[in-house]
Design a protein around this ligand. Structure first.
Ligand code: BTN
Length: 248
């Protein structure tokens, strides 16, 4: 296999050279009662993005999904996504990349000081549970790691392009160690996220099912929603309602 792994407790790993989607496999495992299993692949043939989009996932990337069974209310689940974006940005910085977080959960590399960026990583979070309790959450970050520019979609970048190849085993270990630390201390997630956020202070446009919003991104709430100062006052947007966000 391209990557051989043993992970620090509490995680165990299920590695695939090639799989349709690590999130699909993690959902299956979650349904069977698994916990703290990391499904990891060198390549995905049917990678999935947010909002039913396709996700390009050639060999050389870090494509993984973590099965978690936290004792939290579903409203706090977005903090898991923020936690893994913090973990991803930190691991990317350790690999020499100028990584920042674009709300809600893309890890990006700025191209200049106008707020423009290229995307390094996206996260697909899926969960099941009751209204008051989560049964399982699958958090699936995809990182363009050791991938050539010509294999990337438009607007994307990779660790190889930004800083040269990364040791993927080390990268994954760092990412999961950071994630584990924040998921066990959810109060620390938003403050850590704020320090890495590219979005705060930016004038942005957000597309939502309820219509478009334009204003300055001024804060993130304790549950991870973005606060936007518009001409008509402050509006809070949850990650689930965000179809697209861009600086204007
Ligand atoms: C997005 O930005 O739209 C989210 C992309 C998430 C991609 C990752 S790769 C690992 C995991 N398995 C998938 O099928 N998707 C996520």
């Amino acid at each position: 296999p391209a990557v051989e792994f043993e992970l620090a407790a509490p995680f165990s790993v299920e590695y695939h050279d090639s799989i349709a989607s690590t999130n699909n496999r993690a959902r299956e495992l979650a349904g069977e009662g698994a916990t703290d299993v990391v499904v990891l692949a060198d390549e995905q043939t049917g990678g999935r993005g947010r909002l039913e989009r396709e996700w390009t996932a050639p060999s050389g990337g870090v494509w993984l999904s973590v099965v978690c069974r936290p004792d939290i209310a579903p409203a706090r689940a977005p903090l898991y996504t923020l936690a893994i974006s913090v973990a991803t940005a930190r691991a990317a910085r350790e690999a020499g990349v100028d990584a920042w977080i674009k709300w809600p959960n893309d890890v990006v590399v700025p191209t200049d000081d106008t707020g423009d960026y290229r995307k390094l990583s996206g996260i697909l979070t899926e969960m099941e549970g009751e209204t008051d309790r989560v049964e399982w959450i699958v958090v699936g970050p995809g990182i363009n790691a050791n991938i050539d520019a010509d294999a990337l979609p438009a607007g994307a970048t990779s660790i190889r392009e930004e800083a040269g190849d990364v040791d993927r085993r080390r990268f994954v270990q760092r990412l999961l160690a950071e994630f584990d630390r924040y998921r066990t201390d959810l109060e620390a997630v938003v403050p850590a996220w704020r320090e890495l956020a590219l979005t705060l202070g930016q004038r942005v446009r957000v597309d939502r099912p309820a219509g478009e919003l334009v204003g300055e991104a001024v804060d993130v709430t304790g549950s991870g929603a973005l606060v936007i100062e518009t001409d008509d006052g402050r509006v809070t947007v949850s990650a689930g309602d965000c179809e697209h966000l861009r600086p204007v």
